[in-house]
Every structure is written in structure tokens, then in C-alpha cells.
Design a protein. Structure first.
Ligand code: TGC
Ligand code: FAD
Length: 387
């Protein structure tokens, strides 16, 4: 369970009863079903598919959507879900981020009624899995520079190109694919089994080993007009709006990973005796533990503030950039420091910090690298675009 002793700024007191209920039920699920198996999946480089159905039963897939079989929870609850899942492993939170924020959100927000009915109830039940294809191999930070094209042919579209680094690609039933049309970027729903549409798993990752990451290939895939997301405007606005949802969740999630690392560092340094006293009784170690707690508390305060703004409909993308940058940086620093405090034991699979630290190398890169978020904030400050 989340260690309430680590709740320095009293986040728990600021939560509504329903939000606490959501957090605690996800925390129980993570303790009972994620933590016992995640080390094996990380070692085996395999995604724990068996966890999808129980997560769906808890209402964790598309949890912010009202209707279509979804739970209709608020933004704070979504944040808490991400926090608890990532306390288990970033791969599990990644799966839920992609399913909920990057696939169900655009179908709900930009899809036709027929598309919503076709996909959302099954995705909420975890019977249908989605992925989101924006990045291409020649550079993810600048997604407008894409080579994937969609050309009209009669009443259909013909899609050619490829996407790289796509979470859930190997297991997805549907891919939200962003392609360049004559008018600009548009979003399409590509279904597994469409002729010319193939996926390939990326193997031998040192990070997010329990996540299924892959590439998407499109070789003259014929996609009916009914599979265009009709409500999305031309350009990057729609995909960026999906990223804002997912980045918000990540800003909460990474703090769960950081909490797990601080928990482990506290346990270990209290027990480990060095030079006749416990490591935790030395000033240098105490200062490092206090630094970790400070970073987590600041991140939580920021994320809760932004979640309340999200629920009031006044959250801006730049605010989310600040939180994604701040909290990912905080979490990776905490994880690396926790790993160091465990000494040689810190590289063993028995302890969580090395796994979290390795995972966070991906999390600080995807959904906009640290530099991308720094430049977004600086652009807002200066009015000058330095990308
Ligand atoms: P920019 O000027 O920032 O925005 C273009 C237009 O879009 C508007 N906009 C939004 N509109 C609605 N909702 C939002 N949330 C919006 N965010 C932005 C914006 O107002 C603007 O509109 P207008 O009318 O002024 O034109 O666009 P830019 O082209 O300058 O963007 C530059 C940059 C670098 C910030 C952007 O390209 C970027 O974010 N790059 C990073 C790409 C990235 O993050 N890729 C992530 C791929 S998905 C992924 O990694 C999933 S991992 C998932 C997991 O496993 O958990
Ligand atoms: P690049 O864009 O090539 O960046 C390389 C370096 O250059 C970075 O340090 C970057 O900060 C820096 N840089 C770039 N531009 C500038 C600049 N103007 N000034 C200074 N420095 C700059 N994408 C999807 O679409 N869907 C997914 O589901 C998805 N899942 C992912 C899962 C994993 C495990 C990973 C690792 C990635 C995933 N991605 C996904 C892709 C991810 O979003 C990209 O990796 C990310 O956006 C960075 O793109 P890139 O890897 O091409 O790096």
C-alpha cells in the first residue's frame, strides 16, 4: 500500500472520499497482483496480459470517460490510478495511459458515434486493445515531419508509411494512426487484419521490459472513410490534445515509482549497519532521504493542483509540460539515488529501484523529452519559438 508516512504535505487530507477509495482499491490490486509477478515479466521481457481483465473490472480503462461502459471518474482519480499503477511498474501505467488517454480519449473526443459504439465498450472491458501511432523512426520530437501519408482513392483512403516506438503495438486490435493528407495531418483507425497493416515487436530493450513496444507498417492499407476520426481538425492539435491527457497522467504516475524507491531506500538504510550504526542514522544519508521526500512532495503538490484545474476545465498544455518535466526529473533522480543507497544490492532484481530507474529512462523520453517540455515552457515565457 502507499506509505502514508511519506505523505509529507498531507495530500491524503485534500482528497475526496471517492478519490481515496479509487486510490486504495488500485493500491490493493498492485500489491496483490502486480508486485508478485512484475519482476518475472521484467526479466522475461514480456507484457503481463493477465492483468488486463482485472484492471478493466476495476474500471481503470478509459476511467475519465462518461458512458460507453466507462467509469466517469475525475482527473484526480485518474492521477491516483496512474500513481498506484506506476508504484508497481511504469509498464502497467503505460498500458493504461495508452489505452485510456491516447486511444479511448481520441475516439471519445473526435470519433463518430459509430466508432464510439464499435470500440469504447470493448476497450473499457479490456477485450479490445489500442495503440497510438505518431512517432516515426527519423525523429519523434518533431512529429509534423512525418512520412506516413494518407491519400484519397474514391471513397477510401490509402495509407503508406511506418511508425516506430509504439506502446501496445504488438497486442493492439486498433491503432490510432496520424498520417499526412493533402490538407495536413489527420487521424485514422486502423484495424488489425486490414491487408497491408502489420506490426513488429521491438525486442532487447533495457527499459520498460514489461511493456509491449513495437513498430507499425502500412503498405497500401485501404481504410474506409468511416475510419477517419471526423471530429479532429487538420494538423497537430488533435494528437497534441491526446498527449496532454497522457502527460498529465504520467506526471502522477512517476511519483508512484519514486515513492516505491524511497520506501525501499528507507527500509534498507534503517536495517543496514555500517561503521557501528544504521546507514539511516548518518547525516549524509538522512539528507539524501529528505531530498527524495522533498522532490516527491513538490511533485505531488503540483500534480494535485493541476488535477483540480483539469477538473475545472482550465488546465493548459504548458502547465502539463511543467509537471511532466518536473516530476519525471524528480522520479528518475530519486530512483537513481535509491539505487545507490542500496550499494551493490541495488543492482539486484530483488530490489525495485534499478527496475524503476531503467523504466524512467523511457518515461523521461516519451510523451515529449525533457528538452521538449523545457522549450515549451520557455516559449510561453519568452514568446519566442526555439524548437
Ligand atoms: P504547438 O504550437 O505546441 O501546437 C500546435 C497547435 O496545437 C494546439 N495545441 C492543443 N490544442 C488542444 N489541446 C491541446 N492539448 C493542445 N496542445 C497544443 C496549439 O494551441 C496549436 O494551435 P494553433 O491554433 O496555435 O495552431 O505545436 P508545435 O508544432 O509548435 O509543437 C512543437 C512540439 C515540439 C511542442 C510538439 O511537436 C511536441 O510536443 N513534440 C513532442 C512529440 C511527443 O511528445 N510525442 C509523443 C508521442 S506518443 C508517446 O510518446 C506515447 S508513450 C505512451 C506510454 O507508453 O505511456
Ligand atoms: P529525438 O526526437 O530524435 O530526440 C533526440 C534528442 O534530441 C533528445 O534528447 C531530444 O530532447 C533532443 N532534441 C530534439 N529536438 C531538439 C531541439 N529542438 N533542441 C534541443 N534538443 C532537441 N510514440 C508514439 O507515437 N506512440 C507511442 O505509444 C510511443 N511509445 C513509446 C514507448 C517507448 C518505450 C519509447 C522509448 C518511446 C515511445 N514513443 C511513442 C516515442 C517517443 O514519443 C519518442 O521517443 C520521443 O518523442 C522522442 O523522439 P525520438 O526518440 O525520435 O528522439
Amino acid at each position: 500500500m502507499t506509505n502514508e508516512g511519506l505523505d509529507i504535505v498531507g495530500i491524503n487530507d485534500e482528497l475526496q472520499d471517492e478519490e481515496r477509495l479509487v486510490r486504495d482499491s488500485v493500491a490493493r490490486f498492485v500489491d496483490a497482483e502486480v508486485l508478485p509477478v512484475i519482476g518475472r515479466h521484467f526479466a522475461d521481457h514480456s507484457f503481463p496480459k493477465d492483468l488486463i481483465a482485472p484492471m478493466a473490472r476495476l474500471g481503470l480503462l478509459g476511467s475519465s470517460i462518461d458512458g460507453y461502459g466507462c467509469a466517469g471518474l475525475n482527473a484526480v482519480s485518474y492521477g491516483l490510478i496512474c500513481q498506484e499503477l506506476e508504484r508497481g511498474d511504469s509498464a502497467i501505467r503505460s498500458f493504461v495511459s495508452v489505452q485510456s488517454s491516447l486511444c479511448m480519449y481520441p475516439i471519445f473526443t473526435y470519433g463518430s458515434e459509430a466508432q464510439k459504439l464499435q470500440w469504447l465498450p470493448g476497450m473499457a472491458k479490456g477485450e479490445l486493445i489500442g495503440c497510438f501511432g505518431l512517432t516515426e523512426s527519423h525523429g519523434g520530437s518533431d512529429p509534423l515531419n512525418m512520412n506516413t501519408t494518407a491519400r484519397r482513392r474514391g471513397g477510401d483512403w490509402v495509407i503508406n508509411g511506418s511508425k516506430m516506438w509504439i506502446t501496445n503495438a504488438p497486442i493492439a486490435d486498433v491503432a490510432i494512426v496520424w498520417a499526412l493528407t493533402e490538407e495536413g495531418v489527420r487521424g485514422f483507425l486502423l484495424e488489425r487484419g486490414m491487408p497491408g497493416f502489420t506490426t513488429q515487436e521491438i525486442e532487447r530493450k533495457f527499459s520498460l521490459r514489461a511493456s509491449a513496444t513495437g513498430a507499425l507498417f502500412f503498405d497500401n492499407v485501404v481504410v474506409p472513410e468511416a475510419n477517419l476520426l471526423p471530429g479532429s481538425s487538420v494538423g497537430l492539435k488533435a494528437p497534441l490534445s491526446c498527449l496532454t491527457q497522457a502527460r498529465f497522467g504520467i506526471s502522477w504516475g512517476v511519483l508512484g515509482a519514486a515513492q516505491a524507491c524511497l520506501d525501499e531506500a528507507l527500509r534498507y538504510t534503517k536495517e543496514r549497519v555500517m561503521f557501528g550504526r544504521s546507514l539511516a542514522a548518518t547525516q549524509a544519508v538522512q539528507i539524501r532521504l529528505a531530498e527524495m521526500a522533498r522532490k516527491i512532495a513538490v511533485g505531488q503538490t503540483l500534480s494535485l493542483q493541476l488535477a483540480r484545474r483539469k477538473d475545472r476545465g482550465i488546465l493548459t498544455p504548458v502547465q502539463v509540460s511543467l509537471a511532466k518535466w518536473n516530476n519525471c526529473r524528480a522520479a528518475i533522480d530519486v530512483a537513481r539515488d535509491a539505487r545507490d543507497l542500496l550499494g551493490g544490492a541495488g543492482i539486484l532484481a530483488e530490489y525495485a529501484p534499478i527496475r524503476h530507474a531503467l523504466n524512467l529512462e523511457s518515461v523521461i523520453t516519451y510523451e515529449g523529452t525533457e528538452t521538449v517540455h523545457q522549450l515549451s515552457l520557455a516559449r510561453a515565457l519568452t514568446g519566442l519559438n526555439a524548437f
